[in-house]
Design a protein around this ligand. Structure first.
Ligand SMILES: [Zn+2]
Ligand SMILES: [Zn+2]
Length: 334
């Protein structure tokens, strides 16, 4: 589609009204600012973090696990298959120069949150948020390179120097959603052997076991772990992490929760040396390694994509996803 046709043209986009209501509506194709390109969306994966927008409504088009093709005939990236890196970043500040692009000190917009996202046919993307996807990665798996692989692998890489795999240390992953299951695969590929997973959902535990982890009963405090990777965002799981992390071990908080979290500064918290770490998303520089991770475990990641559907059926499929029946449903465009 040439540029001129897109100008003033319309597209279909999902509108999150709040109170669990989504409608599909015509909307103008978003303006593309200087330094940005227009991406024709091919796939957008649904994400549990969108539940808050589903409940409260979204100011901008939601959706942030985006894969598409650049649609800018005069641009050198035209026609390239790319996934979209969510955090906008300046590339110049001390955080960006140190490689921590997800923690840029100067700009902090998130695509799909503070600017238009991927539950629509087109999205404007800053050039430095385009991550080209090699041809051997199929469309349906490409969005997994973001949250499912990027976020989880970064959490493991970040904590690895503190609790190296060579130590044979027992690891607990709490929450076996896409990120928790991604953490299991990242741990395995980095050489961790004793991986345990807890989640109240038996189907998710079955997948974790198929990925090489052992089941650990939810809420069980009878065993201690050198590394705890908390992926559920549940306060109870965070508190349990504080309790079961071994001295000199590390608790990594990957899961998110909008409600305030109170830590009781009792004996368990006070009388132990341990690391409590938060990680967010991943640095742009990790992308090549993340593509490798996807290649190595393609069949396993493929298992997470349990449904593909079109934009018209987003409202019903988002509700199914919210009820916990699906792991990583993917919205597919023609
Ligand atoms: Zn997400
Ligand atoms: Zn920066």
């Amino acid at each position: 589609m040439p540029d001129a046709k897109l100008h003033n043209a319309q597209m279909l986009a999902a509108v999150f009204h709040g109170a669990e209501r989504i409608t599909i509506e015509r909307a103008p194709i978003p303006e593309v600012a200087r330094g940005e390109v227009l991406l024709r969306i091919v796939r957008t994966a649904l994400c549990g973090s969108d539940f808050k927008l589903w409940h409260k409504g979204a100011e901008f088009t939601a959706g942030h696990e985006i894969f598409g093709v650049v649609e800018m005939p005069d641009h050198p990236m035209h026609g390239r298959r790319c996934v979209v890196y969510i955090p906008t970043h300046c590339g110049q500040c001390s955080a960006c120069r140190a490689g921590a692009t997800q923690s840029c000190l100067e700009v902090s917009s998130l695509i799909g949150w503070n600017r238009p996202g991927g539950y629509a046919e087109f999205v404007p993307v800053p050039e430095n948020c385009l991550l080209p996807v090699p041809d051997d990665i199929e469309d349906s798996l490409a969005p997994l390179l973001l949250d499912t692989i990027g976020t989880s692998a970064h959490a493991v890489r970040f904590v690895r120097p503190l609790v190296p795999p060579q130590s044979g240390a027992p690891v607990l992953v709490t929450g076996a959603g896409p990120v928790g299951l991604g953490v299991v695969l990242a741990l395995r590929s980095m050489g961790y052997a004793d991986i345990n997973v807890s989640d109240p959902n038996a189907e998710r535990i079955a997948i974790a076991r198929a990925f090489g982890a052992k089941a650990h009963p939810t809420g069980d405090t009878s065993r201690r772990f050198k590394l705890v990777v908390e992926c559920s965002g549940a306060h109870a799981a965070r508190n349990l992490g504080i309790e079961v992390v071994l001295p000199h071990g590390a608790l990594v908080l990957v899961g998110e929760n909008a409600a305030p979290w109170m830590i009781e500064e009792g004996r368990v918290f006070r009388r132990k040396d341990f690391y409590m770490i938060r990680t967010f998303y991943f640095p742009v520089g990790d992308f090549e390694e993340n593509v490798e991770l996807l290649r190595r475990h393609k069949d396993e990641y493929r298992r997470l994509v349990d449904l593909e559907f079109d934009l018209a059926s987003l409202p019903e499929n988002f509700a199914r996803f919210a009820s916990g029946k699906l792991i990583k449903p993917v919205l597919a465009f023609e």
